[in-house]
Ligand binder design. Sequence first.
Ligand code: 5CA
Length: 437
Amino acid sequence: MRMSQYFLPTLKEDPSEAQIVSHRLMLRAGMIRQSSAGIYSWLPLGLRVLRKVERIVREEQDAAGCQELLMPTIQPAELWQESQRYDDYGAEMLRIRDRHDRNMLFGPTNEEMITEIVRAHIRSYKDLPKLLYHIQWKFRDELRPRFGVMRGREFLMKDSYSFDLTYEAARVAYNKMFVAYLRTFARMGLKAIPMAADTGPIGGDLSHEFIILAETGESEVFCHRDILEYDVLGEDIDYSADLQPIVDRWTSLYAATDEKHDELEAANLGDALVNARGIEVGHIFYFGTKYSEAMNASVTGPDGSSVYPEMGSYGIGVSRLVGGLIEAFHDENGIIWPESVAPFDAAVINLKSGDVECDAVCDNLYGKLNLAGLDVLYEDRDERPGTKFADMDLVGVPWQIVVGPRGVKNGVVELKSRASGKREETSSEAVLARFAG
Ligand code: 5CA
C-alpha cells in the first residue's frame, strides 16, 4: 500500500476525549472514527488489525475442533422470552420493533439462538458433542461506554457454544476452549491469565475470565506471581487427548477477579500475591442445562429417555483485543504491533521521494516484498523525513526499511526494528533474503 494513496488520517495532536493510551493512539493512528457513543467505524488501518486478530481467533477455534457458522445480529424477542432473559436483561438490550410490530432485538449474545438451532436439528445423543462458534457484532447499551473500543456499545465478539450429553463431556469442551484461549492470546504476544470469575447474566457455576494485566484495566484482579511466567506455546497440544492436566496446572495457582477474591486464601500467598488491574479479553462459562431446559431442547439418550444437553459458552472480545494490544504494546512515540497482528509486516520509507535512485531502490523492495506475500506499507509521500518517521512510529509497523540518498550511494539501506529501536545497515538483497527469502 502506498502512503500517498492510503486513507490514513493520522492526527498530530492528542484528541482530548481519549482518557487512555490505546484510545488516544487508535484515534491518532487513524484506525477508528467514532459514530456515536461506543459505536465506531473501523478505518482501513484499524480494520487490518481487527482482521488479523480475528484470523488468529478463528485458526485456534478451528484447531480445537470448533465449527464456524454465522448467526444474525437481529434476533426475535420470543427466543429470549423462552429463556426468561428478555425482561432480566434490562436496559442493556437494544429493543427494536419491525414494520409488523414484532419485537426484535440487537443480539448482546447468542445462547438462545444457538439453542434454538440445535433444538431444531439435533434429536439424538448420537449427534453430540457439538462445538459451534461465530464471530459477529454484538450490541449492549452499556451504561458507561468508554475507553474507545475497550467498552463499546457495538463490538465484535467471538462466541462459541458447546452441547454435550454429560457433565464430564461438557468439561472436555470447556477444557478445549480453555486451552485454545491460552494459545490464542499467546499467539498475539499477550499474557492472558485465566482467573476464577463470576457468571453474571450468562449464568452457571464454573467460569474463568482471561485477563491481561494493564493499569488502565477495568477489573481488579489477584493472582500468584508465578502464574505470570507460565507459557503455553511451548507445549504441543493434542485436542483429542486429556487436557485436564494443562487446565489443572493453570488453575492450581491462585488467580481470581475481585468478585471471586478470597482474602483468606490469598493471605497464604504472602509476598507472592499480585494485586493488579486487568482487561478481560475472554470469558468462558459452563452452565449445564440452564438454556436447554428452559427452551426444551432435549435429545434422546442412549436408553431412549429424553435428556437436556449440558452447555457452555465461550466469548472473546475481538474488537476489545485491538485496544488491549495497544495498552500492552506502545511507547511514547506510538504503537508497537507484535508481528502476528501488525497491520503491515514491514514499511519501506523513502526519505527522498522523487529522487530517481531512491525511488528505484524502494520500488524494487516494495515490488518484491509484495510478491513474496508480505503486507507492505510504502511511505512514498513528499514529506519531511521527520514527519515520515513520526507517522511510521505512530502506526507501529514492526519493521522499517529506510532508504535515503546517502545510503543508496553506498549500496545500503537501514533496517529498524520498531520494538527494540535497533537499526542496522544492510543491503536491499539482504533485506529481501530475510523477509522474502
Ligand atoms: N455469551 C457469553 C460467552 S460467549 C458472553 O457474552 N460473555 S461475556 O459477556 O463475558 O462477553 C465475552 C467477551 O466480550 C468479554 O470477555 C469481553 O472481552 C467482550 N466484551 C463484553 N462486553 C464488551 C463491550 N461492551 N465492549 C467490548 N468488548 C466487550
